[in-house]
Design a protein. Sequence first.
Length: 328
Amino acid sequence: MLTDKNIVLVRSPSELITDNLAGYGWGQANFSAFDSISAICDYLANNGIAVGRHRNQMKRFYELKKGDVVVIPVYRAIVLGKVEGTKSYGQGIQYGENRVSVNYFKDEQGSVIRIPRSNLSQGLESRLKIRMSIASLNDFRDEITEYVSQLETDNKVCFDSIFQQKKDAAIESFKQNLLSNLVNGNTTLKSGGYGLEQLVKELLEIEGYTAHIEAKNQSSDISDIDITATRNDPVSSNRVFIQVKHHKGNTSDWAVKQLVDIDEDEHHDKWVITTGSVDDSTVSLASEHNIKVMTGEDLIDWVYNRIEQLSPKFKEQLGVSILPQIIN
């Protein structure tokens, strides 16, 4: 029974699943070398790295113990596993440096069993959208316990059709190719980052915003905004300041600092949108100042979800056909 075990959402890189691992970031510290979360936080602080609001997430991951259940979100589905508990550290997979061993539920062929999000309750499916890497799912204990019980009883159970699995794999491959093309400049978007700004502006307009690309070097200090977007309806008004970075690899905390330094008389939502990745310390700094960060994978998800509504110009510049497929 799972009555005394924790059920935890772990937004682990999917590459680790095949090695029976679940991973978390903060690669600046090897969690397995410390005997407490306080010692980890002290070590990071002594090295000038602010943990900020992420301490509870770090603690929840560090304290995973044998028998706890991890829920790993993957494309259109979740994967379940029981924690074995051996902690380790490895490099090469960002946001997965700190690791814990997990026994994932697999079929007779050794493939991990996916539970489609469409099978989940509305409450659990909504909870998976939380913008946290580690979160408690104990509120959904009854539902997840039922899935675990079913998987333990019959490892041949299949929640997903073979057709759907192949379709999801094709979509994931398409998104990875699109991100690679975008990052490596294998599109016909305008250079210098302006083309990406235009793409983000169009995505915002699809979402119902009025968006404007700001002139460069608006101020004499470091504060800077690439896009201003506004959306009004009968019950609310929203204004957003956005920094857009067309980067390959890591995006530093400079974009966050540019938004932090903006002198404002009223509240605005602030976003850093990058084709690259960001360090945990940058995410922590952004969180401290209520700034949201969208990395390359999240940006591609946004593009994919609105692909049919993109103008023909941007589909052509991205090399996307209507299906969609990457045009070679």
